[in-house]
Design a protein around this ligand. Sequence first.
Ligand code: BEZ
Length: 252
Amino acid sequence: MINAQQSWSPETYLRHGVFVSLLGEPVVQILAPKAGERILDLGCGEGILTDKIVASGADVLGMDNSADQIEGAQHRGLKVVCMDALEMKFDNEFDAVFSNAALHWMSPLSKVFENVYRALKPGGRFVAEMGGAGNIQTIRMALYNALMRRGIDPAQYDPWSYLGDSSAKMMLQRAGFETRSVTLIRRPTDLPGDIGPWLETFAGSFMQAVPENEHAQMIDEVRDALQPHLFDPYNKWVADYVRLRFKVVKPV
Ligand code: BEZ
């Protein structure tokens, strides 16, 4: 992923991507935040779930490497920092680290897991959900085909790292964690509207491989390729999401 670069606009995210945060609410329940706990929300984006964790009375720091998303989270009055997870230097500071739908944008994940491990106090927990092996595979392949037809190597523009449950477990254990649960869950997901805005919101890295005046044509091509697979009889787009959900603990 030499050229993979995704940019985020809080307005676009709120219009077309807010379902990603809403579907992450069960992960907040697994986190079970408590009043007074110090919690890091890694890849907090615009802060929709960060807000829910704050409601528990925990002292929450949101972190994201998108300055635009962090600005959106600041407008909600959240405590946030703009930083790359690969650069974070927190040491024995947090009772828990939480992350929803963010880790698959980060690479190498082994380094991120090491940094999370260091950030936690002994006994601290890391509760996360991310895209897992096979996530949005049909969409990803249609994007690959659209770039290959143009003679472009798609792997260079692919921003996503998806792990299976066994490799995630191994990587987390190698970082020092004790694993409590690591599960791969198929979650076909109704999109709120057409696939076009989804592609514009989340596949920016692939789009930037082609000149701007070809973007609309590329979206049409990808939509046509996906229609027989992801457009259901009730006229809804259903994306082939797969979640990797885990809870791991830093030993005391
Ligand atoms: C996800 O949450 O799995 C995801 C969302 C947008 C693009 C890619 C993956």
